[in-house]
Design a protein around this ligand. Structure first.
Ligand SMILES: CC(C)(COP(=O)(O)OP(=O)(O)OC[C@H]1O[C@@H](n2cnc3c(N)ncnc32)[C@H](O)[C@@H]1OP(=O)(O)O)[C@@H](O)C(=O)NCCC(=O)NCCS
Length: 191
């Protein structure tokens, strides 16, 4: 599995995964339909929003519907040719990196520098663990010296992904109300 910068040649597999009901946003399932509509309306424009290290794109919608300023960020798609026989082809999942322009602390509504999700039908193949490993040098190339990640307190698979990549537990905390107000863990990976 490799990470690819999303391009036109990857859209068919991505749309097939969205059409099966998978959402790239773990807190907003409705993002799947929104993205299918955005791709149908302007595929090139959609792809532009996935690589935006200057934060030129539109404001970001939070789970409670409120909108906030976009941080610089990039998205990569997990691409495994050995999985190509499935309906969504080589597409396996998505991982995104975002950071404050001044490289300072993340705002409270941004739960971590990195977020990832693997389509349910291609989980437990090591894709998320490898995707995070491949993303860390990219984070460093954008000037970050550490990344923070948060998981739900009961999300053991995601915690395994982080600790397998050198993540150290920073704290247990409660998610902001807009994200459900449930228990969570915050990790740090030094770059
Ligand atoms: C968390 C998630 C990204 C893991 O993706 P994945 O590609 O299946 O992860 P990996 O194959 O790299 O597995 C990582 C570890 O979790 C374990 N694991 C994965 N899925 C598991 C499951 N359903 N139950 C128990 N353990 C599981 C693996 O065995 C592996 O453990 P190991 O390192 O001890 O072998 C995936 O389950 C997912 O997309 N979940 C929904 C979105 C989400 O929670 N994202 C993270 C938000 S912080």
């Amino acid at each position: 599995m490799e990470l690819v910068r999303p391009g036109p040649e990857h859209l068919a597999g991505y749309c097939a995964a969205l059409s099966r009901g998978w959402s790239p946003n773990t807190t907003r399932p409705e993002a799947a339909q929104e993205q299918l509509q955005a791709i149908a309306a302007d595929a090139a424009g959609f792809l532009t929003t996935l690589h935006d290290p200057e934060a030129l794109g539109p404001r970001v919608t939070l789970p409670d519907g409120s909108q906030v300023e976009r941080l610089p960020g990039v998205v990569r798609w997990m691409w495994a040719p050995e999985d190509a026989e499935s309906a969504d082809g080589s597409f396996c999942g998505s991982i995104n990196l975002r950071w404050p322009k001044d490289h300072g602390p993340l705002p409270p509504h941004v739960l971590g520098h990195l977020g990832y999700t693997v389509v349910p039908w291609k989980q437990r193949r090591g894709h998320a663990t490898r995707a995070l490993a491949l993303m860390l040098p990219l984070a460093r190339s954008f000037g970050l010296r550490e990344v923070q990640l948060t998981t739900d307190a009961d999300n053991a698979p995601s915690q395994r992904v982080i600790t397998a990549n050198g993540g150290a537990l920073m704290e247990a905390f409660t998610l902001p109300a807009a994200f459900g107000g449930t228990p969570a863990l915050r990790f740090r990976i030094a770059l």
